[in-house]
Ligand binder design. Structure first.
Ligand code: GDP
Length: 317
């Protein structure tokens, strides 16, 4: 999508993305986010190259150290020569003003590294479909050859969970004094997590917190055969990050060898196809004529007619 590449030359654009061309990747991501005309064809063209990257979700309550931890992890991956894409999502950006982690990261040296691509996604008007669009953005990064993709979200709400659950490996961050494991269980984080990290190990109570997590995880049992570890880390000094990275890699290996990776991806693909089909049915159904009929029905009924009856009538149109 340089001057020589018009926006509708999908094959050429896909080729540039596969080659990792920064500007083209950047523009393609914007198109996907905006659900621009042609973005579906582009994702379609990229599909054969999607699925190689290891997708990691980093989640946990605000202030726990997700940005700091992710930055450390990213540095470690880069130190090993692995390329990284970051999709940072803030569903509350319309409230917070959009100062998400990705924006903070962009300001430092990592942003200058061609082996790193950072994308911050806010709501840009609509929260609906945000998790879905984050997956598509990751697909573009995946097709562009990134070895690792990190999803980072700001909180622990449903959208954040949806985004995180699209990852292969989910890291749940906590810290001393951030409530106990029972609270984490209530937020649903214990169920989704594959690796649990008690960040801020320099603060007192970190080891104790880790023990509590270990006990709860023992009671919860293995997750599809994976023994879920808990460890402490200090994201300021970097202590424990190496161990976290090794666990991430072991989890990936476990997923591959057990066939769970294929199973997980099949499940996500099925969800996506259902969503695409549902959207298409809705688009076809809600033509101009039906929209007008609906407005008329609502405007002209003296007698109150139930939504069910109106829907039935619309179907019969
Ligand atoms: P996020 O909101 O979860 O992304 O958290 P941040 O990464 O922004 O970190 C919140 C605060 O905790 C910042 O002031 C960090 O410097 C600090 N922080 C992060 N990791 C550690 C750590 O391991 N130890 C200590 N003492 N502070 C940390």
């Amino acid at each position: 999508m340089t001057l020589e590449t018009p926006d509708n030359d999908i094959e050429k654009i896909a080729e540039l993305i596969r080659g990792g061309d920064f500007k083209t990747v950047s523009r393609a991501i914007r198109r996907v986010e905006d659900q621009d005309e042609g973005s579906e064809q582009l994702l379609d063209a990229l599909w054969p190259g999607v699925g190689k990257a290891h997708r990691i979700g980093v989640t946990g309550p605000p202030g726990v150290g997700k940005s700091t931890f992710t930055r450390r992890l990213l540095q470690k991956f880069r130190g090993q020569g692995r390329t990284v894409g970051v999709v940072a999502v803030d569903p509350t950006s319309h409230i917070s003003g959009g100062a998400v982690f990705g924006d903070r990261l962009r300001m430092d040296d990592l942003a200058m590294d061609p082996g790193v691509f950072i994308r911050s996604m806010g709501t840009r008007g609509s929260i609906g479909g945000l998790a879905y669009r984050a997956t598509e953005v990751a697909d573009v990064l995946d097709a562009s050859g990134k070895d690792i993709i990190i999803f980072e979200t700001v909180g622990v709400g449903q959208i954040e969970l949806d985004i995180t659950m699209a990852a292969d490996t989910i890291i749940v961050l906590t810290m001393p004094g951030a409530g106990d494991a029972v609270q984490a269980m209530k937020s649903g984080l214990m169920e989704v997590g594959d690796i649990f990290i008690v960040n801020k190990s320099d603060l007192s109570g970190a080891e104790q917190m880790k023990s509590i997590y270990e006990s709860v995880l023992r009671i919860c049992g293995e997750k599809s055969g994976w023994h879920r570890p808990a460890l402490t880390a200090n994201s300021l000094s970097g202590d424990g990050i190496e161990a976290a990275l090794r666990l991430v890699d072991s989890h990936r290996k476990f997923l591959q060898e057990s066939g769970l990776l294929m199973e997980k991806r099949r499940h996500h693909e099925k969800n996506r196809i259902e969503r695409i089909v549902n959207q298409r049915i809705a688009d076809e159904f809600w033509g101009k004529e039906r929209m007008e009929s609906l407005d008329n029905a609502l405007d002209t009924t003296e007698k109150r007619i139930s939504p069910y009856a109106i829907a039935e009538w619309l179907f019969k149109m």
